[in-house]
Design a protein around this ligand. Structure first.
Ligand SMILES: Nc1ncnc2c1ncn2[C@@H]1O[C@H](COP(=O)(O)OP(=O)(O)OP(=O)(O)O)[C@@H](O)[C@H]1O
Ligand SMILES: [Mg+2]
Length: 449
């Protein structure tokens, strides 16, 4: 199960995340600035409205005949946040701090004190209310009564405009989608390059990458194709040289054989002919190795389970005495992309070794649990003596044979394991050897699933 990570693994994911975070930060800053601006504006508009009504209340009360003042005041339409009453005493209290001049100016309370003398209140008291945006203003009428104003500035609503919010979110969403798209497009060449490298690992003759797109991408693709071409040439040269040496050695070996026939010493002649036989076998194996390599067999979809069973059947036919020690465990059918002839040779080499040196060959095929990612696993187990730990890798060297098998008349050349590893690696897999705890050796091979 994949654990959920905040920090994405892919370059595209990381770039997109960083850009999205930056975008969100910028948007949030923009939104805050806008909101602060709106709050200022709303406060200012509220203050103007309230002060205009407060002044008109004062004038109304001031001009009205004393007996109708209370009634006229009640009939006045006052905005939300303004409350005016006519009382015997002021509500603005002297023991509370007065309204600071900037707020007083915003509320235009100073106008009250600057009208024509007849409108001027005899006394003006201001103070803060108990809760903060509430102010009390008390104005003394010539009659000695007090006009008490309670002013509260309702909390500003910076997010009031719905269209603004919708537009804002639509913009963020659009920018997010755009970032996602652009980042994917930008990182696509990296993905393509990785895929091409993967293909080249499996098959040297994989088709070249298209050298299109932006300069940097085209340049990288060109460099990659040049490198692939060099590798191809190098591999080709090496196999050709191997084939040439193998071929040219055959003539001197034949000449030597002829000469050996004329030797007098029987014992020496027999030994020399045996050596020459071995040399001939090695040359033949080398030639076969070189031929295989350059064959360029196409990759097809094949049933690996069926291929395994065929190899085992053929091994059982060749060694009927060991038929009981040969077995297969695994799925009925498992399709993989592979080169059938090469893969069969690799499997036959592993099974052949298991039978020859371990007296048994049990093949276990394991399909990946989920397609993609996990490789297909293949194990060939035997019941022989195994291989000393320090030789487990060495036997993959060409012509490397262990003492125990040298002395035996097995006739091998020491190319079976290197050929098998070459083939598995050319498929994008690998093969290693391990000694089993229960005794015997196991060859563990993998193929991409
Ligand atoms: N299953 C095994 N158990 C023990 N030793 C092994 C086993 N498989 C390989 N070996 C050792 O590794 C050596 C190299 O194996 P490899 O298959 O490369 O060559 P070979 O079997 O000797 O010759 P060829 O396969 O070319 O006919 C063998 O000679 C043998 O000593
Ligand atoms: Mg072998």
């Amino acid at each position: 199960m994949k654990s959920w990570r905040v920090w994405p693994q892919s370059l595209a994911g990381r770039t997109a995340l960083v850009l999205l975070l930056a975008l969100t930060a910028v948007q949030a800053a923009g939104l805050t600035i806008h909101a602060l601006d709106r709050v200022d504006l709303q406060r200012f508009a509220q203050a103007r409205e309230i002060s205009a009504r407060a002044i008109s209340a004062w004038r109304t009360v001031n001009l009205a005949p004393a007996d109708r003042r209370a009634q006229m005041l009640a009939e006045l339409e006052l905005p939300q946040g303004l409350d005016a009453t006519l009382d015997g005493r002021p509500i603005a209290r002297l023991d509370q701090p007065p309204i600071p001049p900037p707020i007083a100016r915003m509320l235009r309370l100073d106008l009250l004190g600057s009208g024509p003398p007849r409108f001027r209140p005899r006394e003006v008291l201001t103070s803060w209310g108990e809760r903060s945006p509430v102010f009390f203003v008390s104005l003394r009428l010539p009659s000695g009564e007090w006009l008490n104003l309670r002013i509260s500035l309702p909390p500003p609503r910076p997010w009031h405009s719905e269209t603004f919010l919708i537009a804002f979110f639509a913009m963020t969403l659009a920018a997010g989608l755009l970032i996602n798209w652009a980042v994917r497009r930008l990182t696509r060449p990296v993905r393509l390059l990785a895929e091409a490298a993967e293909r080249l690992g499996r098959d040297v003759n994989a088709p070249p990458m298209p050298e299109r797109g932006p300069t940097e991408v085209a340049k990288a693709a060109h460099a990659f194709n040049t490198m692939a071409e060099r590798i191809r040439r190098f591999v080709g040269d090496r196999t050709q040289m191997l084939a040439a040496i193998g071929h040219d050695l055959r003539t001197p070996i034949t000449r030597l054989r002829l000469r050996a026939e004329f030797m007098d010493d029987d014992e020496q002649r027999r030994k020399m002919l045996a050596d020459l036989d071995e040399m001939e076998a090695m040359v033949a194996a080398t030639l076969a190795f070189a031929r295989d390599d350059s064959a360029g067999e196409p990759t097809v979809a094949l049933d690996l389970a069926a291929l395994c069973r065929t190899v085992l059947d053929e091994a059982a036919d060749a060694r009927p005495d060991l038929a009981d020690a040969i077995g297969y465990k695994g799925p009925e059918r498992l399709v993989v992309q592979a080169r059938p002839v090469a893969l069969k040779r690799a499997l036959a080499n592993l099974v052949g070794n298991a039978l020859l040196y371990g007296g048994a060959a049990r093949l276990v095929l394991t399909a990946p649990e989920a397609p993609g990612g996990e490789p297909v696993r293949l194990a060939v187990e035997d019941e022989g003596p195994g291989i000393p730990v320090d030789q487990l890798e060495a036997v993959f060297q060409p012509f490397r044979r262990l003492e125990a098998s040298r002395n035996r008349e097995t006739g091998g050349t020491g190319l079976g394991l290197p050929i098998a590893r070459n083939i598995f690696r050319a498929h994008g897999g690998d093969v290693v050897l391990r000694n089993r705890e229960a005794g015997g050796l196991v060859a563990l091979a993998t193929l991409p699933g």
